[in-house]
Write a new protein. Structure first.
Length: 76
């Protein structure tokens, strides 16, 4: 499984893009879900975002990450 990191494909800090890459989801869909959660949870999702921003290391760009995952799958 890929390591959870912040993505360089970012708008603010790369947390949503990093989560999307980690779970194999669309970055746009993850951002939309986060925005919905932000309003539903009365900003608790925003606090979680800030915590992840400081805890997660910045990862490689998406192309390098994808290439690594494909190499790992072929080597198994």
């Amino acid at each position: 499984m890929a390591k959870l990191t912040r993505s360089r494909n970012k708008i603010v800090a790369g947390v949503c893009a990093g989560l999307a890459e980690h779970f194999g989801l669309s970055t746009g869909a993850m951002r939309i879900v986060f925005c919905i959660l932000l309003f539903i949870t009365f900003s608790a999702a925003g606090i979680a975002y800030l915590i992840l921003w400081f805890l997660l290391p910045e990862g490689r760009n998406a192309a390098e990450s994808y290439k690594e995952r494909m190499q790992n799958r072929l080597n198994k």
